[in-house]
Each structure stands twice: as C-alpha cells, then as structure tokens.
Design a binder for this molecule. Structure first.
Ligand SMILES: *Cc1c(COP(=O)(O)O)cnc(C)c1O
Length: 238
C-alpha cells in the first residue's frame, strides 16, 4: 500500500509536471495538504515527509488536531481553515488557525478581526468566490467580490491574500481550465482595483486532487489536495 510519503512524492511530481507543461515556475504553486477526517498521525507522517501547510474543514476537528500537533511538538506547521464558517465558530478559528480561505461575508470577517489575539500575527484570509454559480455552494458571487475585498482589506487584524474557489467537477481538463481561468481573471481584476489597499494580494487558491493540473494551467498559486495524499476519506461529513 502506498504511504502518505509516497503519495506526497507523487503529488509533488504531478505539480512539477504541470508547471513544466504550462510554463509555471514550481515555486509559484504551493501545496496545501487537506487533512480533514484524518488523525494527527497522518499529519505527523506528512510532516516527516516535508509537508508544512495543512487544511481543515471542520472547526472543532481542526482545533483538536492543531492542539494534538502542538503536543507532539511538530515544528513549522501552518493551519488553514477551508470550510464554511458560522459566527459561533469564529473565535476558535481566530485563536488557532493561521489562514482562513473561506471568508464569504463581512460579518464573519469582522468577527475574525475582532477576535484575533494581539499576540498572534494577523490572520491571513482569502475570499471564497462561487465562480461557477454552483447551486447551494458557499462563496460570494463574482460581482460582489470587489466590494467585500475592499471592506475586508480595511480590517486591522486580517491580511487579505486573495481568492479561493471550489468549482463543480468538470467533464475534462479543458472544461476545468475554462472555469479556473475565469477565477484567474477575477483575481487579477480585483487585485488591480485594490492596489495598495491589499499589498499582500498574492494567493489564488484552486485545484484539488482531481483537477490540480487544470488549476496550475490557469494560474493557481495554491492547490488544496486531500485524497491524493491521505487516501480516500473514511467518513463523509456534511
Ligand atoms: C476536501 C477539500 C479539498 C480536498 O479535496 P480532494 O478532492 O480530497 O483533494 C480541497 N478543498 C476543500 C475546500 C475541501 O473541502
């Protein structure tokens, strides 16, 4: 059976090949390992294989894992919250995570900024955009991104980094790339409009296990990969 370390190696090779094919420099695309539903042992295994950035969808599960990893003394970890956020969970997120990629309304961003402890770095945030208008999906509509970005950029304890999206699974590479290219165009347009108001606007988080190559082809700067690293998730979560 392939180990997490083998899988990570393979994902890195897929990314390197996609960068080569599409004229991207490998250093432009970072890898977020999505460890949701897997235990801290899986995180430790990936950490031993050189992985540092991890993504979690469920706040309670994520916080428990962050604390378990701290008890193990794993150095250099960076934790990203990538799941839908409710108001009553923002304090836990503000106190434990380094990044939140799923900001899709101002009220949540305001709470995160208010609740971010002074002793920590500002919370790094991305706005989640519903790029393909998928039904019952989180994320702000594309034409509402700029207004939200302007408001988020003004919050003192947040640092606005860019956009995140999760398009519907596409039929093939070209279809996937078309949607990702829309996200890239929006990312560039909003970044230009923000100018100095969001000096750290550098992150376009898109691409998962099944479509990371198409995302790299369309300018992704961060792919979020779960099952290709950790294997199939044993239990589905809402
Ligand atoms: C689960 C999840 C991923 C990883 O998905 P895989 O298909 O397992 O790679 C990436 N992003 C988000 C927001 C997720 O919820």
């Amino acid at each position: 059976m392939a180990t997490i370390s083998d899988n990570l190696q393979q994902v890195r090779q897929r990314l390197a090949a996609a960068c080569q094919r599409h004229g991207r420099h490998p250093a432009e695309v970072s890898l977020l390992a999505v460890s949701k539903t897997f235990g801290v042992e899986a995180v430790a295994e990936a950490h031993a294989a050189g992985q540092r950035a991890f993504g979690e969808n469920y706040v309670q599960e994520g916080v428990e894992k962050i604390e378990a990893a701290r008890r193990l003394g794993l150095p250099g970890l960076q934790w990203h919250c990538i799941g839908p956020l409710q108001s009553n969970k923002t304090r836990l997120v503000a106190e434990h995570f380094d990044w939140v990629q799923s900001v899709d309304r101002l009220k949540i961003a305001q709470r995160l900024s208010d609740q971010r402890p002074d002793a920590l770095e500002p919370l790094q945030v991305c706005i989640q955009v519903n790029i393909d208008g998928g039904a019952n999906k989180s994320g702000v509509a594309p034409d509402e991104v700029l207004a939200l970005a302007l408001a988020v950029a003004a919050l003192p304890r947040l640092r606005l980094r860019g956009l995140m999206c999760i398009p519907e699974p596409a039929a093939d590479f070209d279809a996937a790339r078309r949607v990702f290219l829309q996200a890239q165009a929006l990312f560039q347009r909003v970044g230009a409009a923000l100018g100095d108001r969001a000096a750290a606007w550098d992150t376009l988080s898109m691409g998962m296990s099944a479509d990371m190559e198409a995302a790299v082809a369309a300018g992704s700067t961060m792919v979020r990969v779960g099952s290709a690293i950790f294997g199939r998730r044993a239990y589905p979560r809402a």
